[in-house]
Design a protein around this ligand. Sequence first.
Ligand code: T3D
Length: 263
Amino acid sequence: MTQASVLFDVQDGYALVTLNRPDKLNSFNPEMHQRLREALATVKSRDDIRAVLLTGAGRAFCAGQDLSDRAMKPGGPAPDLGQTIGTLYNPLVRTLRTLEKPVVCAVNGVAAGAGANVALACDIVVAGRSASFLQAFAKIGLMPDSGGTYFLPRLVGTARAMGLALLADKLPAEEAARIGLIWKCVDDAQLMDEARAIAAAFGKGPTKAYGAIKEALYASPHNSLDAQLNFERDVQRELGRTEDYREGVTAFMEKRPPDFKGK
Ligand code: T3D
């Protein structure tokens, strides 16, 4: 029996989603894309799942596209990369960014090519000290995709984005955290405990507020201050009507931890 290319497990209010092609460094093939799409659709549809923790099996997080699916015969036809990007990678990045639930990424090893940019599409990225980020594209005659040219300059500025994309060198996790590419770097042995603790906290947190925070912060770079102020006013009005806000204030007044229901 073949192993599932994506493992899915629900615990403590979050879904643990594990890319599981370790012998190929969890590189993407169409089957893994499909399984991941199904996993994220389940997360979206189930109220009892209030966050995601994405990680990789084995020594890598994800090595991007499975290049053995791209082997070309001399003189043979070139693959249509626009097709896979348009139908597989772009929808994945959009799903991660627009999911109204927080997505934690535990980068357990190298994250290369689209694998690096899928990690950067997540909301909170925690990496093990031995992990690294590699915009591998230029090494094979491509440019960053899966949102790389969008995320990199916004996260670390154009100068560093340019260096990472053009030089295509491995960026160690510690340096990635230092320059603000990711949330934090922790010792390898602590990685999953740390990431699980964050995901579990999200799993019992105010889900609607988290969704609003994502939407507001991801819209922010494109909005004027006026537009952002108006967005905050309108969405805060909606959040003020949620059960979780009522519970949050009541719990504060009663000096007890809140019991958020995600509603
Ligand atoms: O194609 C489209 O549809 C367009 C979309 C493109 C998106 C992309 O992601 S393009 C970029 C694709 N990814 C890469 O270019 C990264 C290629 N891999 C590497 O550069 C290195 O493997 C790593 C830096 C990730 C890790 O290096 P290292 O030294 O730790 O491991 P290794 O020895 O290179 O790899 C271990 C095995 O995994 C090896 O197989 P083997 O020899 O043990 O049988 C290697 O071939 C395999 N592997 C690694 N990456 C891939 C891969 N097999 C297929 N596809 C890969 N991407």
